[in-house]
Write a protein that binds this ligand. Structure first.
Ligand code: SF4
Length: 437
C-alpha cells in the first residue's frame, strides 16, 4: 500500500508517526508525501485543547475530501477521548485507540486487504524521508500525575516505559540512516523506568555511551523530576544544553489550583542551579493563561489565591515571574476546559476575551525574552545542525544550535543534515542570522 501519515499536536505524536512510518516500510509498504497519492491515510490526532480537537477534525475532513477513495484510519488522543465525534465526521474506516496504536500496521494491513486499493509503489524510505534531521524517539507513554487541567494523562493512561534495548536499537538504526539528533519524547519522560527498575538518567547515559548519536535532546521534563544528580549528564557535550521545564503559571496560588508540585521559588532555584552547572543553557517553558477557579471571576478585583478565576493580580504576578526567568522560548496556551478533568468542573472560568488579552501580553513578553536570550550569543561561533532548504528558495537554510537557537543563513552549497560551525551575527525574524565557515 501507499501510505500517507500525518499528525497533529505534540512531539510525542510526531515520534509515534515516525515509528509508524518505519513500521509500514519494514512491512513492505511505501510512504507518500501527498495524501492524494495514498491508498491509506493515517491521522494521529490531539485533544490537548479545543483548538487541537478542531485541527484534528479539519485534517480528517480535508484528507477525506482530497482523497475520497483511500482508507482512512484515525488514532491518537482525540480519537481515544471522543470516538463518537470522529465517527460523526463520517467516512472514517477505522478508529484506533491509544492502547492499540502499536498494532496499527497490522490493523491497517487487514483493513487494506479488504478495502484499500493499491497504486503502484514508490520505493525507498529512510529516517530523513519525513523531512527531519532530527528524530523523535518515544521512550515511554502515559502519566501517573493528575494536573487539574490535563487531559493527556487521561487519554494516555498509566505510565509504561519502553525497554532500554528497544530504545537503543531504534537510536542506532536512526544514526545508521543518517539522523544527527535524537529527541527523547514521552508524556512524562521523568517517570521513565520506574516500572522497569531503572531511571531516565541511566537511559540517557546508556544512549550516550552505547550509540554514536551526534546530538541527544530531552523533550519536556517536569521540574520535580529534574533531580540534581541528572546534571552530571551534561558533562557530555553531545547532550543538548536545552531544558524544557513546563512552568504553567508564575503565581503560586494558580499553581496550587493546577495541582502542580512546586512553588515559583522552588522552580527559580532549580533553574538557577541548572544555569550554573550548564553554561549557555536554554530554558524553555509552557504557560497557561486564564486558569479557572472555584470562585467568581471579577476583572475589577480579586485577592491572590482567594478564588475568582486567575485574577488580574494573579496574572500580573505570573507575568512578572515569567519576565524574571528570562526564558529562551515560551509556549503560551489559553486555558481550554477539557471534559473529565478537575479544572473543567471549576465553576468560574475566565472569559475568552480576557484569556485572549492575557495571551497576547504573555506572547509579547515571550518574544522579548527570546530575543534577549538570542542577543547574548551575537558574535559567538556555535555548532548548527542544518535542516532542509526553504521550499521556494533553495539557498535559504535554517537550523538549530544545541541550545535551541533557530539560525538562518544563505548558501549555494547544500548544508542539509550537516553540523557546521557558524558565526551568529544578529537577530532576524524567528531567530538569528549566521555565517557558516
Ligand atoms: S505531569 Fe504532564 S502529562 Fe502528567 S498530568 Fe501533569 S501536565 Fe499532564
Amino acid at each position: 500500500m501507499r501510505v500517507y501519515l500525518q499528525s497533529v499536536g505534540c512531539k510525542l505524536n510526531q515520534s509515534e508517526i515516525e515509528t509508524l512510518a518505519r513500521g509500514f516500510v519494514r512491512a513492505g509498504h511505501w510512504l507518500v508525501q501527498a495524501c492524494e497519492e495514498a491508498d491509506l491515510c493515517v491521522v494521529n490526532t490531539c485533544t490537548v485543547t479545543q483548538v487541537a480537537d478542531k485541527k484534528s477534525r479539519q485534517l480528517i475532513r480535508r484528507l477525506r475530501r482530497v482523497n475520497p477513495t483511500a482508507c482512512l484510519i484515525v488514532t491518537g488522543c482525540y480519537a481515544e477521548m471522543s470516538p463518537q465525534e470522529v465517527r460523526a465526521i463520517g467516512e472514517v474506516d477505522l478508529i484506533v485507540g491509544n492502547e492499540d496504536k502499536e498494532r496499527l500496521v497490522e490493523l491497517a494491513e487487514s483493513l487494506g486487504r479488504e478495502s484499500c486499493g493499491s497504486k503502484a509503489p514508490i520505493p525507498g524510505f529512510h529516517a530523513l524521508a519525513l523531512g527531519h534531521t532530527r528524530a523523535f524517539v518515544k521512550i515511554q507513554d502515559g502519566c501517573n500525575n493528575r494536573c487539574a487541567y490535563c487531559i493527556v494523562s487521561l487519554a494516555r493512561g498509566r505510565e509504561r516505559s519502553r525497554p532500554r534495548q528497544n530504545i537503543l536499537a531504534e537510536v542506532r538504526a536512526l544514526v545508521a540512516a543518517g539522523c544527527k539528533e535524537v529527541v527523547l519524547s514521552g508524556v512524562h519522560i521523568g517517570g521513565y523506568g520506574r516500572d522497569l527498575g531503572t531511571e531516565l538518567g541511566q537511559l540517557v547515559e546508556d544512549i550516550l555511551t552505547e550509540t554514536m548519536v551526534p546530538r541527544l535532546r530531552l523533550s519536556s521534563i517536569e521540574p520535580w523530576d529534574l533531580e540534581r544528580s541528572l546534571f552530571r549528564l551534561w558533562e557530555n557535550p553531545r547532550l543538548c544544553r536545552h531544558l524544557h521545564l513546563p512552568l504553567q503559571s508564575g503565581c503560586d496560588a494558580t499553581l496550587q489550583r493546577m495541582g502542580r508540585r512546586y512553588t515559583t521559588s522552588q522552580y527559580a532555584r532549580l533553574v538557577a542551579v541548572a544555569r550554573r552547572l550548564i553554561p549557555d543553557l536554554a530554558v524553555t517553558t509552557d504557560i497557561i493563561v486564564g486558569f479557572p477557579s472555584t470562585g467568581p471571576f471579577d476583572s475589577a478585583q480579586g485577592e491572590l489565591g482567594t478564588g475568582p478565576g486567575e485574577t488580574p493580580d494573579e496574572f500580573a504576578v505570573s507575568l512578572s515571574f515569567v519576565e524574571k526567568m528570562e526564558f529562551a522560548r515560551i509556549h503560551v496556551f489559553k486555558y481550554s476546559a477539557r471534559p473529565g478533568t478537575a479544572a473543567a468542573e471549576m465553576p468560574h472560568q475566565v472569559p475568552y476575551a480576557e484569556k485572549k488579552r492575557r495571551s497576547e501580553a504573555m506572547l509579547e513578553l515571550a518574544q522579548e525574552s527570546s530575543q534577549r536570550f538570542c542577543r547574548r550569543f551575537s558574535g559567538r561561533r556555535m555548532e548548527v545542525l542544518w535542516e532542509t532548504p526553504h521550499r521556494d528558495d533553495k539557498q535559504a537554510w535554517s537550523g538549530l544550535t544545541d541550545n535551541y537557537i533557530r539560525v538562518m543563513t544563505r548558501s549555494e552549497l547544500s548544508l542539509a543534515n550537516t553540523i557546521a560551525s557558524t558565526k551568529l551575527e544578529g537577530l532576524v525574524k524567528g531567530g538569528m542570522y549566521g555565517e557558516v565557515s
